[in-house]
Design a protein around this ligand. Structure first.
Ligand SMILES: CC(C)(COP(=O)(O)OP(=O)(O)OC[C@H]1O[C@@H](n2cnc3c(N)ncnc32)[C@H](O)[C@@H]1OP(=O)(O)O)[C@@H](O)C(=O)NCCC(=O)NCCS
Length: 151
């Protein structure tokens, strides 16, 4: 009934729209273009029966000079009327599976605003708090969450 598909450039206006409706940070068109073009196998949309996009997860691979590559979740949401049906869990599991398969990477991280209700979601999905990010957002602190495949 719900289908996960690779996110495409033609989906960008819809991703921006769903991001705004979900009150998450949105990016400019060129940044979405860059992510979807450079990492086509780790960016996904989820569609309903009517073929309408109802959520997405966007990610990239980051490599710092002195560390091994790691996956970074940039943007993630499910439209409000579709939440709490485990669709977010389905999307994040799909991303984990593909990042391991395509890149042999066993770690993912993301930044989140302190106080975001999604913390319990991430904890349930194996993410743990790694560090605080003071003043990471305009008017709020952030936290860094990490998932390790083998922990
Ligand atoms: C976080 C999110 C993607 C999870 O998707 P989902 O399909 O509802 O997830 P599941 O059904 O698998 O899990 C439900 C859990 O999601 C979280 N959740 C539910 N509604 C939420 C909301 N409005 N905001 C944040 N997290 C929420 C809760 O942890 C919930 O479990 P709980 O009821 O025990 O607290 C979705 O809630 C969402 O889009 N939230 C708003 C945007 C957001 O916070 N994105 C993450 C930014 S870091």
């Amino acid at each position: 009934m719900f289908r996960i598909e690779p996110a495409k450039i033609t989906h960008i206006p819809e991703l921006e729209n769903i991001g705004k409706l979900s009150n998450i940070i949105t990016y400019d068109y060129n940044y979405y273009m860059y992510i979807l073009t450079k990492f086509p196998d780790i960016n996904f949309v989820i569609k309903n029966k009517q073929n309408k996009i109802i959520g997405f997860i966007l990610s990239q691979i980051k490599t710092k000079p002195d560390s091994s590559p790691i996956g970074h979740i940039i943007s993630f949401c499910i439209l409000e009327e579709y939440r709490n049906q485990k669709l977010g869990t389905k999307l994040i599991n799909h991303l984990k599976k593909n990042i391991i398969k395509q890149y042999k990477i066993n770690q993912l991280y993301l930044e989140m605003m302190v106080g975001n209700r999604a913390l319990s979601f991430y904890n349930r999905n194996g993410f743990t708090e790694s560090e605080k990010l003071p003043n990471y957002y305009d008017d709020s602190d952030g936290i860094l969450l990490i998932w390790n495949n083998f922990s």
